[in-house]
Design a protein around this ligand. Structure first.
Ligand SMILES: [Zn+2]
Ligand SMILES: [Zn+2]
Length: 1014
């Protein structure tokens, strides 16, 4: 059946039911109907004539580069953004207006010119138009030619082209996306959406009739819409979302996916009306075209629905993964089950990719060989269910798009339970759960890569379609954390307010949400370590407590060169924020790569004044603990610098009391001759103790190097140092540096309750230089600070081995840490020692306000015994002792065999016969399933299997990534073989021939670090 498959009778009933029972949906219905009524008021003739053709280009921004308004310049840009123009569509004027200065463009009466060039079908042909009308009419002071546009644009006195009419054509006439379309009547995309929704909500056929007239008119022109004709012109004068492939139909190929999907969805809603109201429809068409309902259906199917398949294949409908697939899926669903749509479906699931080639006429031609849906899920989505983008903002588009695809496909007759039902795929199921771990203090997500502003709060999945996704995701996965998340973000959902019209299973979900709300299970009190994606969140269980986000994932895909970077949160404020989304993500804006995304602007160590290399995999996890007192993450990233063979950071968050903690940071770098440890706080002044700072002209790059100057730009991104200005420097610093940032509540998170938080850092050890300087966050993101204060602690030397030991405490009022010093370290068994002891092992002694003394010891040589402060014997990776009046209150030993404290006859010891449980892998999960396991032989089986449950297993990986997992369960099988149930899959991917690849090999060795506490 053509049409009525997505909007089938059952779906329509659900929507109408939800509109009656859910106040959010009811509000949406009223608003939609109000909008749709306005569209009806414009009359069918208006909409018939509204549709324009390929003879006028489309442009997503008026300028040929990122530029403001030709009159008021960048002031417009900074206030309203690139898409801030207003399209004056009332009476279809073909003018755009700058909201800042009020000027209108073009200056000629383009509407009259357009009307003078209409052919017999009512479409514009520029050869027919009266060129004498191309005169500046509204700004006589500028002469007759200024800002005149014949449709192809206006070239200004500097040779820059401005696409006024093309912008109007893009946003005013055709596309509606994310509220960017600022116009009065609505464009074709949104008008069809409103009319279809209003028809489904109310069953009032008037909406459907106008919708059909508009859709029919579009179907006359849609096959001939080809943006390449315009995009291939020299200099690429029109800017569109085409991924620089120069393809598209109405708009650039990426957004064309949304547009074509929208057309097919509207067609699905309207086509069944043809059978039911033939007389009314034919009558309404009469003034424009003498057609019967069969002809109307044919035209819509031919001119729209059948255009998607060739469009996807030739790259004119081609977006990020999931987008063009969703468009083609919607075409297939609208078409109903038939030979043609079966072919489309086969294409969707065929493995393949897109290829671009030079083309004599088109400049670039594209062909796509398959929708590759399983290939995307199996090879591009990681084992944590995350797509291949660092930035969570971009990454969540994967989830939304693949969910949208799954949702659309589920309406294709016969697909449920078939091989094409992607909701059965274990990776898809993992995706539904993938965003639940990312919540920090109920209000933040990790700000990784190109995402958000500098330290702003905000969760990712918060829209009403996201709620539908999560509800469906829960029913598919039964992940209880989804319920907690829904209750947190949509507290009224359990009372029946879901806001999504298409949601099903509401009653059941309300019951589940109520139960979850009452239950004791709290999912955001534990730390989360996502080894597949490469990010760890250390959490105190209290709201407004201390939180650490530590990123060790890939750095490609809207990523920054920020491996081993952290952000800190306290009292609801991000006190050491990532800079977030750069000013502009495109060539020519150097501050993106040379500063915003650069290692130097992050809390990282820069080696030899070079940026980290791009990496494609997460680092190697060396330790992770989520103890009640000690939360700890330890990761190696040896691939980021060619000249450094160790690049390791361990962060331990030590609880002082509920909601209060401090953080101990050991950052080890081996290799190179210059190490710069970069640290910054949020917005606010920085004061320092232990250094005499002297003002220096220029930038950190040099006294004669100006801000943003990069003399080696042709060679790469440079050192970033010229982006640090207002320099103060000390060349003979003392041994212990104290730095305090007074961090403001930039984003008003505490609603005025807290003006600022003190963020104090102790940097222990000796340094060659200490530098204080300012660095700028992106300045075109509303609300971003003007600058942040940076601190660089520099070490220089041949064959440098640095252990940067730092302690951080955030506090309001008085700090908990009274005094702090580095411990003395002696090697007890020098024979076992690899490397220099001062580098390998280190520790701090922390005196707290209540008289408690904490010791935190760290070593990267777990087999060597050290004597710490002449009273602690330590052999392991991480040791923690909390003492008072010479007695141990609490102790923790991670991946170690000995932690002993002795003083004045008092003796305390934690010990273990082995620091890790080791063995080798015999068998494991060989294809994607929801049952993840490894069968292992232990070198020496643990006394109690329960000892390893909840622990992390590190398997020797088969490549430059990690194979670390949480052990969920364990039991003895036979002949000393044990089965360990893991939290994630062991499968890495599947190649085009269908062969599986794995994260490690058979017989790989593994270790499970043991934990000992009092
Ligand atoms: Zn302006
Ligand atoms: Zn960053």
């Amino acid at each position: 059946m053509r049409g009525g498959n997505y909007y089938n009778p059952e779906m329509i009933k659900t929507i109408q039911c939800n509109a009656n029972s859910d106040p959010g949906v009811n509000w949406h219905m009223k608003k939609t109907v109000e909008q749709a009524d306005k569209h009806l008021c414009n009359g069918n003739e208006f909409w018939w004539n509204f549709v324009a053709g390929n003879s006028i280009p489309r442009g997503a921004v008026p300028g040929e580069t990122i530029s403001g308004c030709p009159e008021c310049g960048d002031e417009f840009l900074n206030k309203y953004g690139t898409y801030g123009w207003i399209c004056l569509t009332e009476n279809n004027t073909w003018k755009i207006q700058c909201p800042n200065c009020g000027m209108k463009f073009p200056s000629n009466d383009f509407k009259r010119f357009y009307d003078s060039g209409l052919n017999q079908d009512g479409f514009f042909e520029s050869e027919l138009a009266d060129r004498s009308l191309l005169v500046n009419e509204i700004y006589p002071q500028y002469g007759p030619e200024k800002y005149v546009d014949d449709g192809t644009g206006y070239i200004d006195e500097n040779g820059h082209s401005w696409a006024f009419a093309a912008y109007y054509h893009h946003w005013g006439i055709w596309l509606g996306l994310n509220g960017r379309e600022k116009n009065q009547t609505g464009n074709i995309h949104t008008v069809l959406r409103h009319l279809a929704d209003a028809w489904v909500y109310t069953g009032d056929v008037r909406y459907a009739i106008t919708g059909l007239i508009l859709l029919y008119r579009v179907s006359m022109i849609y096959p001939s819409m080809d943006l390449n004709v315009w995009m291939r012109r020299p200099g690429r004068p029109y800017r569109n979302s085409d991924g620089h492939r120069l393809q598209g139909k109405v708009v650039g190929s990426i957004w064309e996916t949304f547009f074509s999907e929208g057309l097919c969805e509207a067609a699905d809603a309207f086509l069944p009306v043809l059978d039911r109201y033939p007389k009314e429809i034919e009558e309404a068409f009469q003034p424009f075209a003498t057609v019967n309902v069969q002809k109307i259906e044919e035209s819509i199917i031919d001119g729209i629905v059948r255009q998607v398949y060739p469009g996807v294949k030739n790259g004119s409908i081609l977006g990020n993964e999931g987008m063009h697939q969703a468009a083609l899926a919607m075409a297939a669903v609208c078409m109903g089950r038939c030979e043609e749509s079966e072919e489309w479906l086969d294409f969707l699931f065929r493995s393949g990719s897109s290829f671009s080639e030079k083309h004599p006429k088109m400049k670039i031609s594209v062909h796509v060989t398959g929708g590759n849906i399983f290939g995307v899920l199996e090879n591009k989505v990681d084992r944590d269910g995350m797509g291949d983008e660092c930035s969570l903002g971009y990454n969540c588009l994967w989830l939304r798009q693949l969910y949208r695809l799954a949702d659309i496909l589920s309406f294709y007759p016969g697909i449920k339970g078939s091989a094409y039902d992607i909701n059965r795929h274990p990776k898809m199921l993992m995706m539904y759960k993938s965003y639940m771990p990312w919540v920090i203090d109920e209000r933040y997500v990790p700000n990784i890569g190109d995402n958000g502003s500098t330290g702003n709060p905000g969760l990712i999945l918060t829209g009403s379609e996201d709620l539908k996704l999560l509800v469906d995701g829960y029913f598919l996965t039964k992940d209880p954390r989804i319920l907690t998340y829904i209750n947190m973000v949509w507290p009224d959902a359990k009372k029946g307010k879901f806001e999504s019209s298409r949601i099903t299973g509401k009653e059941k979900m309300m019951e589940l949400l109520k139960q979850a709300d009452l239950s004791e299970m709290k999912f955001y009190e534990k730390s989360d370590n996502a080894c597949g994606f490469g990010n760890c969140i250390l959490r105190q269980p209290e709201k407004d407590g201390n939180f650490v986000n530590f990123y060790y994932g890939r750095t490609v895909g809207h990523g920054h060169w920020d491996k081993l970077n952290f952000e800190l949160f306290y009292k609801g404020i991000n006190i050491s924020p990532d800079l977030g989304y750069p000013e502009y993500c495109e060539a020519g804006f150097h501050n993106r790569l040379e500063w915003n995304n650069h290692t130097l602007s992050h809390n990282c160590v820069m080696v030899d004044d070079q940026c980290q290399k791009t990496t494609y995999h997460p680092g190697n996890v060396k330790g992770f603990e989520d103890d009640s007192i000690v939360k700890y993450i330890d990761v190696d990233a040896p691939d980021v610098y060619d000249n450094a063979d160790m690049y390791n950071r361990s962060l331990s968050m030590i609880e002082v009391s509920p909601g209060k903690a401090y953080i101990v940071d050991f950052f080890r770098v081996s290799g190179g001759e210059l190490h710069r440890f970069s640290l910054h706080g949020g917005e606010g002044p920085l004061t320092m103790k232990g250094v005499e700072l002297e003002k220096k002209p220029g930038t950190v790059a040099g006294v004669d190097i100006a801000y943003g100057d990069n003399r080696d730009r042709h060679k790469g991104v440079g050192s970033g140092l010229s982006y640090l200005y207002d320099v103060e420097q000390c060349n003979s610093p003392g041994n212990n540096i104290e730095a305090i940032w007074q961090v403001k509540d930039t984003w008003g998170v505490t609603k005025g309750k807290i003006e600022s938080i003190s963020f104090k850092a102790w940097l222990l050890g000796s340094f060659s230089e200490i530098i204080k300087a300012k660095g700028k966050p992106p300045q075109n993101k509303p609300g971003n600070p003007k600058y942040l204060n940076y601190l660089l602690a520099v070490k220089r030397g041949r064959g440098l081995k640095s252990r940067f030991t730092s302690v951080y405490e955030a506090y309001e009022g008085q700090p908990e840490i009274v005094h702090l010093e580095e411990v003395s370290i002696k090697v007890m068994d020098p024979g076992s020692m690899k490397g220099h002891p001062g580098y390998v092992a280190g520790g701090v002694k922390v005196l707290l306000s209540g008289g408690t003394v904490d010791y935190i010891c760290s070593s990267v040589c777990e087999d060597t015994e050290f004597l710490v402060d002449d009273k602690i014997r330590f052999k392991g990776r991480l040791g923690f002792l909390r003492t008072k009046e010479g007695k141990v209150l609490y102790a923790l030993l991670s991946k170690g065999t000995l932690l002993e404290y002795g003083e004045k006859g008092y003796q305390f010891a934690l010990s273990s016969p082995y620091e890790s449980i080791r063995g080798c892998i015999k068998d494991f999960e060989k294809q994607f399933s929801e049952y993840h396991f490894v069968d292992v032989i232990f070198d020496q089986a643990p006394d109690l299997l329960t000892e390893i449950i909840g622990r992390t297993i590190h398997i020797q990986p088969a490549g430059p990534w990690n194979a670390s997992y949480e052990i969920v369960d364990a039991y003895l099988q036979e002949n000393n073989c044990y089965r360990l149930i893991l939290n994630r899959t062991t499968v890495k991917g599947r190649d085009q021939e269908g062969n599986y690849t794995y994260l490690f090999k058979e017989n790989a060795s593994f270790e499970i670090p043991v934990l000992r506490t009092t």
